[in-house]
Design a protein around this ligand. Structure first.
Ligand code: ADP
Ligand code: MG
Length: 354
């Protein structure tokens, strides 16, 4: 049985149905991300789990017990918000101890717990306990917000875009820290983000949300390599979409333009069906390479130097291909307009929804 079970959750604001038949069973200790564009209903789902919003229909169970009738402070759920929601007039230690005081934890025990939480987030009591939020960096403030959420030892941790107000370097460091702390405590966590790289990099499972609906639920590997819908395919990562006609579904042979591709796996459709297929930039190689049976003469059209990776847009037979190649100091990338060869394998082609 799922530890946290969200079942057929619905939420409408007036005539606006913002969460639609949303179901998500989560195991104890699991780290699950809700990933989707702004306005797709991520925060609304989280607020219903926290108890700040009442579902229009559906159930939310923790260890089998429906928590929907419970008030937020009876649910034993901790939440961290996007904007720094620390109390500006309280010290770091007072902020972290806030929920404990409300819960009636005795002062001596609360003090110990606060010190423990501050150690956990790497802001030791002696140095940081007496500081006020304005004396902390954005990243430190979000750490304190995390410690405050964790101090009452919640059963479930909810994180609503906790990193999106931070600059890129801090964001990446803090996401790793959050994941480490979550693992150490073994706390069941839902993490909301609109940043696909963030979701893929730290989650056990990712839920891709599209207009209130869970389009796909899967491991980062599955979401990236087997996108279930065109929306997931376009929202997660970058790819070159291609339309192909199925020639032989059993052998997995498709045709696109003048190109015949052997996908090396059966397709669950009839011959003649048009299927959306796609190639990730890392599946397309600059030049010939062993194991990549399809070689096309192409023209480089755009070259984007991104550091460790160079992304090239090349045109072959009227079709645009994106390809990533690793930077090598001894081999400058082609220039726009230069003729190149590109190669890939039919086995690396993604069939969207199959
Ligand atoms: P996300 O977190 O994915 O950006 P939200 O859950 O905040 O999305 O919002 C989903 C939709 O619900 C949006 O269209 C938003 O305008 C609407 N919405 C959210 N909260 C309310 C509310 N309290 N009253 C009316 N509409 C709301
Ligand atoms: Mg939101």
């Amino acid at each position: 049985m799922a530890y946290l079970d969200i079942a057929h959750l619905e939420k409408s604001f007036g005539a606006n149905r913002v969460v639609k038949d949303f179901s998500l069973p989560i195991d104890q200790g699991e780290f699950v991300s809700l990933l989707g564009p702004s306005g797709c209903g991520k925060t609304t789902v989280l607020r219903m789990v926290a108890g700040f919003e009442t579902p229009s229909a559906g159930a939310i169970r923790i260890e089998g017990k429906d928590i929907v009738p419970l008030r937020p402070n009876q649910r034993n759920v901790g939440m961290v918000f996007q904007a720094y929601a620390l109390f500006p007039n309280l010290t770091v230690a007072q902020n972290v101890g806030f929920g404990l005081k409300i819960a009636g934890v005795r002062a001596a025990e609360a003090q110990g717990r606060v010190a423990e939480m501050l150690d956990l987030i790497g802001l030791p009591m002696a140095e940081f306990g007496g500081r006020y939020p304005f004396q902390l960096s954005g990243g430190q403030q979000q750490r304190v917000a995390l410690a405050r959420a964790l101090a009452p030892r919640p059963r479930v941790l909810l994180l609503d875009e906790p990193l999106s107000a931070l600059d890129a370097k801090v964001r990446v460091r803090l996401r790793t820290e959050i994941r480490d702390i979550q693992r150490r405590l073994g706390i069941t966590t839902i993490f909301v983000t609109h940043d696909q790289e963030e979701a893929l990099s730290i989650s056990d499972r990712v839920v891709v949300m599209n207009a209130g609906i869970a389009d796909q639920v899967g491991s980062p590997f599955e979401i990236y390599n087997q996108p279930a819908t065109p929306f997931v395919a376009s929202f997660v990562g970058t790819l070159t979409p291609i339309d192909a006609t199925v020639i032989d579904p059993h052998q997995g042979t498709v045709m696109s333009g003048g190109l015949t591709l052997h996908l090396g796996r059966a397709l669950p459709v009839q011959a003649g069906t048009v299927v959306p297929i796609a190639l990730r930039p890392e599946a397309v190689h600059l030049g010939r390479a062993s194991g990549r049976e399809i070689v096309l003469p192409a023209t480089a059209r755009a070259v984007e130097f991104m550091g460790s990776v160079i992304r090239i847009r090349a045109e072959a037979g009227g079709q645009s291909f994106l390809l990533d190649t690793f930077n090598r100091p001894d081999a400058p990338p082609p220039r726009p307009g230069e003729p190149v060869e590109i190669s890939f394998s039919g086995r690396d082609v993604i069939v969207i929804g199959a």
